[in-house]
Design a protein around this ligand. Structure first.
Ligand SMILES: Nc1ncnc2c1ncn2[C@@H]1O[C@H](COP(=O)(O)OP(=O)(O)O)[C@@H](O)[C@H]1O
Ligand SMILES: [Mg+2]
Length: 426
């Protein structure tokens, strides 16, 4: 037998570097919500509480909970377990890496549905740094721990983050600035979770769940605004992808959203813009087991274009295709198989053509509406907004050394559109 040498990783160095594998605050919480859903939780409460250096974030669910042995296993980086198709977990890392990306101390309290047993564990970065060992400890028996554990009824799990070094400034965690910054976390998180879990919140194809942040229930945000009468389902395709050992289905649906004037209200139009706003929200919405993992942009199939901003396409795959889609640990990114990109390109072309025509029609009709309102406007005496524009143009032309060109343009306009030229005061 060949000689072997054990090269156990350094707990201190590895846990510290795993803090930076790409989670944001929102995506870290979303990964914990995945765990709660996977455990059968239907009510997930998130509390974000500012209290200077004692600030904390807590995620509670009413899922199945864990036995003390399962809880120990859950704290292992790369925890061992098998997954059913459709389960949201994957690498056995999220609980630890998502949490430590935001805090220095992770405590989990749980009550097992099968036996009613309560247990709790704590992973403290400072303790790992001190011991350079993969050790979890019992949590401190302070009042808060006791209350949390007592309240776990009849079963469920509570994840507590404290020592929030990534969310609070280290020099003055109690300052009003720290408080203001901390308080923006809740609204950003709400928008993110309403997007990522919209199908779970509305019960579309899955059992409905409730997610609340500091007592306020989240509403689902539907990227395809299907409640709007003018949203159009343009194409539906089902593709079978072969994996090394089996095959799996991908469902692609393309939607053309209503143009601005087709929305039932300005508020509905503004809300449909989404986190990154209209232009960057066009493109693919990729769902893994009904949970949105990546959205916006066309993933090199085409580029973002103002004219196609009304086109949004959902793509659904199940966890049996995880390897094909190469999902990353933070569950924020996938790589589309190139064979699939080819299969989808026709439908994407169709929906983009539809979106382009809707957009242009809307723009033209609004252009002529504006013109009409300028024509009919009864401006107060002496107020000529068009003349102001004309003056600004004239002055800019002079300053940029193009006054003679401007004069020629003005002459042409006078001949071709005397009404407009007059409006501009030329
Ligand atoms: N809220 C929870 N309720 C019940 N079990 C949980 C919960 N969170 C985590 N677990 C258990 O801990 C394990 C490890 O979680 P995690 O590190 O996120 O990896 P993964 O979700 O990929 O399995 C899970 O597989 C699950 O068994
Ligand atoms: Mg997980």
């Amino acid at each position: 037998m060949r000689k072997t040498v054990s090269v156990t990783p350094s707990a201190r160095r590895l846990t510290n570097s795993l803090r930076d594998i790409g989670y944001s605050f929102e995506s870290a919480i979303a990964d914990l919500v995945d765990n709660s859903i996977a455990a059968g939780g239907s009510h997930i409460k998130i509390q974000i509480v500012f209290s200077g250096e004692n600030s904390y974030v807590m995620i509670s669910d009413n899922g199945d909970g864990m036995s003390p042995e399962d809880l120990n296993e859950a704290f292992r980086f790369g925890s061992q377990r098998t997954y059913q198709t459709g389960e949201l977990g994957r690498y056995g890392l999220g609980l630890k890496t998502a949490s430590l990306s935001q805090c220095r101390r992770l405590t989990v309290f749980t009550r097992d549905k099968r036996t009613g047993t309560r247990s709790a564990n704590c992973l403290d970065l400072d303790f790992i740094n001190e011991t350079d060992n993969w050790l979890v400890t019992e949590p401190e028996t302070d009042d808060r721990s006791k209350t949390v554990l007592d309240r776990l009824s009849p079963h469920g799990t509570v994840v507590l983050w404290d020592n929030l070094d990534r969310l609070l400034p280290s020099n003055n965690p109690s300052s009003p600035w720290a408080k203001r910054k901390f308080e923006t976390l809740g609204s950003r998180l709400g928008t993110h979770l309403s997007t990522v879990f919209h199908r779970f919140l509305s019960g579309e194809g899955v059992s409905p769940i409730i997610i609340s942040i500091n007592g306020v229930d989240l509403k689902p945000w539907d990227p395809f605004v299907r409640a709007e009468p003018k949203t159009e389902l343009v194409t539906t395709d089902k593709f079978e992808l072969d994996t090394r050992n089996s095959s799996g289905q991908v469902v692609v649906k393309s939607y053309c959203l209503p143009s601005r004037s087709q929305f039932t209200s300005q508020e509905a139009f503004d809300a449909a813009a989404g986190i990154r706003k209209w232009n960057r929200q066009q493109g693919l919405y990729i769902y893994r087991a009904n949970r949105l993992v990546q959205w916006g942009g066309w993933d090199s199939i085409r580029t973002l274009d103002e004219h196609t901003k009304l086109a949004r396409v959902s793509l659904d795959f199940n966890t049996d295709l995880d390897d094909e889609f190469n999902i990353n640990v933070a569950k924020m990114r996938v790589t589309l198989p190139s064979s699939l990109k080819k299969l989808m390109s026709r439908s994407i072309g169709d929906v983009c053509a539809r979106a382009d025509s809707r957009y242009r029609k809307d723009k033209n009709s609004r252009g002529s509406e504006q013109q009409a309102s300028l024509d009919t406007a009864t401006a107060p005496e002496g107020y000529a907004p068009g003349a102001e524009v004309g003056l600004a143009l004239k002055s800019a032309a002079a300053r940029s050394g193009n006054f003679s060109a401007f004069k020629k343009i003005a002459e042409l306009l006078k001949q071709e559109d005397p009404k407009l030229a007059k409006l501009l005061g030329l």
